[in-house]
Design a binder for this molecule. Structure first.
Ligand SMILES: Nc1ncnc2c1ncn2[C@@H]1O[C@H](COP(=O)(O)OP(=O)(O)OP(=O)(O)O)[C@@H](O)[C@H]1O
Length: 252
C-alpha cells in the first residue's frame, strides 16, 4: 500500500485556481521532492494533506487516513514541518518537545531520550532551557525539525527543510532525511531549490499551475538535468522566482 496518494485534487480561492488536478503517489522508502516556483500550489496541497484546508475536489489518502474527514487522525500519524513555522516563543525547546510528546501520547522516557538524541544530532543541547524567543531563526528551525520526527512517523511532510540552517547543519539534515526515508519510511519535501531536490530526493515531481507537470527519478539526474526539465515545464516568469543559485544557472 502507498504511503501517500493524491488524486485529481482541486482547490480555488475565489477566481484563483491554486491546485488544479494534482495527482501523485509516494511509497515507502522514497524521499519525494515537490519542486516548484512561488505560487505553484505546493503549500495549498500540503495544507490539504494535513487537513488544514478542505479541497474542492479530489481524494487524498495519507497512511490510510483521509485528512479531509479525519484530520486529527492524519496529524497523529504523520510528522509535519509547516512553512515558516516557529516554536512557541514562551516555551523552551525542552518544554515544547515534552508538550509535543504529551500531545502525541508518547512514553515519557522515550520523549526524554528523543529530546537528548535530537538536541545532540542538531547541536542545540546548550539551548534546551532557553526560551525560543532568545534563539536564532536557525536554532528554532532545528527545534521544529525535532518535533516533526519525535514520534518516528512513517511519513513526514516538510516545507523547505533547510531554511535558515548553516551549511554544516544542512549537510547533517540532508543525510538524516536520506537515511530516514531509506529505512522504509517516506519523506515528502516541498522546495524551490533544485539543488536540494537533486541532492537528496529519490524522485521529484515538478509542480506548476497547480499540478505535477513532470516526474523524474533522481538517481541518474544531476541538478543540471533537473533544471533543464524544470525549465521545459515552467514558464520564464515563474522560473525567475527561483532562488539566486538557480537564477544564475538560467542566465548562463
Ligand atoms: N488564502 C489564499 N487566498 C487567496 N489566494 C491564495 C491563498 N493562498 C494561496 N493563494 C494563491 O494560490 C496560488 C497557490 O499558492 P500556494 O501558496 O499554494 O503556492 P506555493 O507553491 O506554496 O508558493 P510558495 O512557494 O511561494 O510558497 C497562488 O496564486 C496564491 O496567490
Amino acid at each position: 500500500m502507498g504511503v501517500l496518494r493524491v488524486d485529481e485534487l482541486r482547490k480555488s480561492y475565489g477566481d484563483v485556481r491554486a491546485v488544479d488536478g494534482m495527482s501523485f503517489d509516494v511509497e515507502h522508502g522514497e524521499l519525494f521532492g515537490f519542486l516548484g516556483p512561488n505560487g505553484a500550489g505546493k503549500t495549498t496541497t500540503i495544507r490539504s494533506l494535513t487537513g488544514q484546508i478542505v479541497p474542492d475536489e479530489g481524494t487524498i489518502d495519507v497512511l490510510g487516513t483521509d485528512p479531509t474527514t479525519a484530520p486529527i487522525e492524519t496529524r497523529t500519524r504523520v510528522g509535519i514541518l509547516p512553512e515558516q513555522a516557529t516554536p512557541p516563543s514562551f516555551l523552551t525547546p525542552e518544554e515544547y518537545l515534552e508538550f509535543v510528546g504529551d500531545v502525541r501520547d508518547l512514553d515519557e522516557g522515550a520523549v526524554a531520550d528523543g529530546i537528548d538524541r535530537w538536541a545532540e544530532r542538531l547541536g542545540f543541547e546548550s539551548k534546551l532551557e532557553t526560551l525560543h524567543t532568545d534563539l536564532s531563526r536557525g536554532q528554532q528551525q532545528k527545534v521544529m525539525i525535532s518535533q516533526a520526527f519525535l514520534h518516528e512517523p512513517e511519513l513526514v511532510l516538510i516545507d523547505e527543510p533547510l531554511a535558515n540552517l548553516d551549511p554544516l547543519v544542512q549537510e547533517q539534515v540532508k543525510q538524516f532525511l536520506t537515511s530516514y526515508a531509506a529505512a522504509d519510511n517516506a519523506v515528502f519535501v516541498s522546495t524551490h531549490n533544485i539543488d536540494v531536490a537533486a541532492d537528496i530526493c529519490t524522485r521529484v515531481g515538478i509542480v506548476a499551475d497547480g499540478k505535477i507537470v513532470a516526474e523524474r527519478s533522481v538517481a541518474d539526474e544531476t541538478s543540471d538535468d533537473l533544471l533543464e526539465t524544470f525549465l521545459d515545464h515552467v514558464d520564464d516568469a515563474n522560473a525567475r522566482d527561483l532562488p539566486s543559485l538557480e537564477r544564475d544557472a538560467i542566465q548562463t
